[in-house]
Design a protein around this ligand. Structure first.
Ligand code: FES
Length: 476
């Protein structure tokens, strides 16, 4: 189902690329980061083109809950411990500045995007120790936070608030910013080579190439496939509930995200690593939670989102590698795409223009490799990749096609070859290769979304084998 953002925003449509063209800067990806960066560059007089594989805002921006905040879970206690005071301070300042600068931009341009200033809260229903440590970390970094037991929530909890944050309608903002930009929709970039981007419809030659396409498809240089993984999470839009003035994120393992938008309450949660979700029930978990707290509510929409999770908990924003000084990247935003998009747009547009960067940009340098902060996640991600790859060759198919009930999928043996099979509600079977075209890992069935998902780096495909999410670039 589409998100409430997709259902309520009107977008201009843009033609696909036809033939070859030139620009000062070519941006791969028409989500919030790409469009904000293009907008800032165009304001500075640059000739920019955005290449979008689908429609502007058709990717992860449509699935966000659009909470613009520098409060990123228990981030600051983690960063102080793993990266130290300077990096944690840079991260905090960069995100606080991003919130303020996006607020200024929207006010100055008088953009109607349902903007609302509010307080961002982390809450803990039990075991408040981590919340208190986060409070101490935020105070040590000079952030304007406070602890309270007095919240709007219908259950008892303790909460850590950060004032002067905001929320908005992400696609209304994107729609307004994209007006007047040079955008090519339905134009998937297949290859980057120096200053040239190749698509099936022509080429773009540009002084600067920017990858703002969620997970960069370029494997080398950058090596993002070993420096981040992807996770999925789920959202319900509920009607019939009194709106919340502020927004909330729980700190425990099964905690939820809560935010109001107009007549809807957005209830998010049920997250898991992409490709590791054998049992259905993530949406049902949210429905049960909704029924428990708001028995009379009604589910108006349900959708999911996918996030890139970097090894050390900090996005990669900046120059992609020494080998290609004209390539720039923004990825690894975790669940914090709104402030990260604005921070990335300012960093990337400054780099393209040759303007000195804020000192805080250093924390995002994609060429970093903090060993201590990355070791645990690197070991875990490597183990997942090795497992995903070897499973394809060593693990036998466990079910037969006859055993797959309507509406379900599984990996079956077909004449000695493993294939992925989905049986639709009418009983028709759809078979696809289970080898991910990115790097060959074995795909896994996602029963909640009826998709084939890759546990290695998070590419996804529908039951017909059509590409939903990269870094893969091709259908099955
Ligand atoms: Fe990399 Fe599938 S996404 S192997």
């Amino acid at each position: 189902m589409d998100s409430i953002w997709t259902q309520t925003a009107v977008f201009p449509s843009f033609p696909a690329l036809e033939g070859d063209l030139r620009a000062d800067a070519a941006i791969v990806g028409g989500g919030l980061t790409g469009i904000l960066t293009a907008w800032l560059l165009r304001q500075a007089g640059a000739d920019v083109v955005v290449l979008e594989a689908d429609r502007v805002g058709g990717g992860q921006t449509a699935g966000t809950t659009a909470k613009l905040t520098a409060q990123h879970g228990l981030k600051y206690s983690q960063l102080l411990e793993t990266l130290g005071n300077e990096a944690a301070s840079q991260y905090a300042r960069a995100n606080l500045t991003a919130v303020d600068h996006l607020r200024q931009l929207i006010r100055q341009q008088d953009i109607d995007c349902d903007w609302r200033d509010c307080t961002s809260f982390l809450y803990a229903s039990d075991a408040p120790g981590p919340l208190h440590r986060e409070y101490d970390a935020c105070r040590a970094l000079g952030m304007d936070v406070f602890l309270t037991r007095n919240t709007e929530l219908s259950f008892p909890c303790e909460a850590l608030g950060l004032r002067r944050q905001a929320c908005f309608h992400p696609l209304k903002l994107l729609s307004a910013l994209s007006q007047g930009l040079r955008v090519c929709e339905h134009t998937r970039v297949l290859e980057a080579d120096g200053h040239i981007l190749r698509t099936a419809r022509g080429t773009v030659t540009a002084e600067s190439i920017l990858f703002t396409c969620h997970f960069p498809f370029v494997n080398v240089p950058g090596y993002f496939f070993i420096r981040q993984h992807q996770e999925r999470s789920y959202v319900l839009a509920l009607e019939g509930i009194l709106p919340l003035e502020h927004y909330y994120l729980g700190t425990g393992g099964s905690a939820f995200s809560l935010r109001s938008s107009g007549k809807y309450l957005l209830l998010g949660g049920g997250g898991h690593r992409t490709g590791e979700h054998p049992e259905a029930g993530r949406y049902e978990l949210l429905r049960q939670t909704a029924r428990r707290y708001w028995p009379d509510c009604h589910v108006a929409a349900a959708w999911s989102a996918q996030d890139c999770v970097p090894m050390d908990g900090v996005p990669y924003i900046g120059r992609l590698s020494r080998r290609h000084p004209n390539w720039f990247v923004a990825t690894g935003f975790q669940k914090w795409g709104m402030s990260s998009s604005m921070a990335a747009a300012e960093i990337l547009s400054s780099l393209v223009r040759g303007v000195p960067l804020s000192a805080d940009a250093a924390v995002f340098d994609p060429r970093r490799f903090p060993v201590r902060a990355s070791a645990r996640q690197l070991a875990s991600d490597t183990a997942h990749a090795v497992s995903g790859l070897t499973r394809r060759f060593l693990e036998p198919a466990r079910v037969s096609a006859e055993a797959i009930p309507p509406g379900h999928g599984g990996i079956v043996d077909l004449d000695g070859k493993k294939v992925g099979v989905y049986r639709d509600e009418a009983g028709e079977l759809f078979a696809v290769s289970i080898a991910c075209p990115h790097m060959g890992c074995q795909l896994a069935w996602n029963p909640d979304e009826k998709s084939w998902d890759c546990p290695c780096h998070g590419s996804r495909f529908d039951f017909l084998g059509q590409l939903l999410d990269g870094p893969a670039q091709a259908d099955l």
